[in-house]
Design a protein around this ligand. Structure first.
Ligand code: SAM
Length: 271
């Protein structure tokens, strides 16, 4: 399969797999349901597979593209400067809260979407979670395995740190599975689209998000170990029992609420 699409040679380091299946593109655009008056932001517009049909529906769209050649192409887009606002930047370093403040209707939260570069999709989502208060919703094409992990609950093989943290910030709704043939060049993995809707109020009270992340990372890095062992440097067996949790349980059976309970106990001990 040629790595060149619409005159552009796909760059692996930027995770470039361009959508070319009109059926899939149509499904994604209708899942996003873009409307005029919304603060729409696309990450990684590339050659415009999603940009063009979204632009047709709305009066304004901001796109963030890291690849200089693609950003240059986008600046030649017929809507550039009218409907289309091209930002040539690494989305990982973009302050989405400041971006919202700079918009003409900053009281209307951002609607973020994109066929994300898979090599940075997880850190990019964590970066966006930091700006969740400025975001109405997100629609992302990701590796199917990542969507499974985002949506997984306790007891599932896919359940892990990403599930707990994503579900702390967002309601996670898998939307559509997408086969490799929908892209040029085709990725080696299956893909899926997910909708992430930040919670209006956090589903559990957490004293320190850093501590929640740390406790999750520690418990899931040693997922075959009991939490009595994996968390022994921050909580002992008695302390875990006093929280109403079984010290012999493993991370994979604990709920978000259980992780919040453990993290809050660690925070209380550290203060
Ligand atoms: N949206 C297009 C499509 O569906 O055909 C392209 C998707 S391609 C998987 C990912 C896009 O993200 C590429 O255009 C790539 O250059 C861009 N990209 C990669 N890393 C980026 C980053 N850190 N910030 C912004 N864009 C990035």
């Amino acid at each position: 399969m040629s790595k060149t699409h619409l005159g552009h040679t796909a760059r692996k380091r930027f995770g470039q797999n361009f959508l070319h299946d009109d059926y899939v593109i149509g499904k994604i655009v209708s899942a996003i349901n873009p409307q005029s008056g919304q603060n729409l932001v696309e990450i990684g517009p590339g050659l415009g597979a999603l940009t063009d049909p979204v632009c047709d529906e709305v009066d304004a769209l901001t796109v963030i593209e890291l690849d200089r050649d693609l950003a240059k192409r986008l600046r030649h887009h017929p809507f550039n400067g009218t409907k289309l606002n091209v930002i040539e930047q690494d989305a990982m370093t973009l302050d989405f809260t400041a971006l919202l403040k700079s918009m003409s209707a900053p009281e209307t939260k951002l609607r973020v979407f994109g066929n994300l570069p898979y090599n940075i999709s997880t850190p990019l989502m964590f970066h966006l979670f930091d700006h969740a208060a400025s975001i109405e919703d997100m629609h992302f094409m990701l590796q199917k395995e990542v969507v499974n992990r985002l949506a997984a609950g306790p007891g599932s093989k896919s359940y892990g740190r990403l599930s707990v943290m994503a579900q702390y910030y967002c309601h996670v709704i898998p939307v559509l599975n997408v086969p490799p043939g929908a892209f040029k060049p085709p990725p080696k993995v299956d893909s899926a689209v997910v909708r992430l809707v930040p919670h209006a109020t956090a589903p559990v009270d957490v004293i320190s998000l850093n501590t929640l992340e740390r406790v999750c990372a520690q418990a899931f890095n040693q997922r075959r170990k009991t939490i009595r062992n994996s968390l022994k440097d921050c909580l002992n067996e008695t302390q875990i029992s006093e929280l109403g949790l079984d010290p012999t349980s493993r991370a994979e059976v604990l709920s978000l609420k259980d992780f919040a309970t453990l993290a809050n106990a660690v925070s209380a001990l550290e203060n």
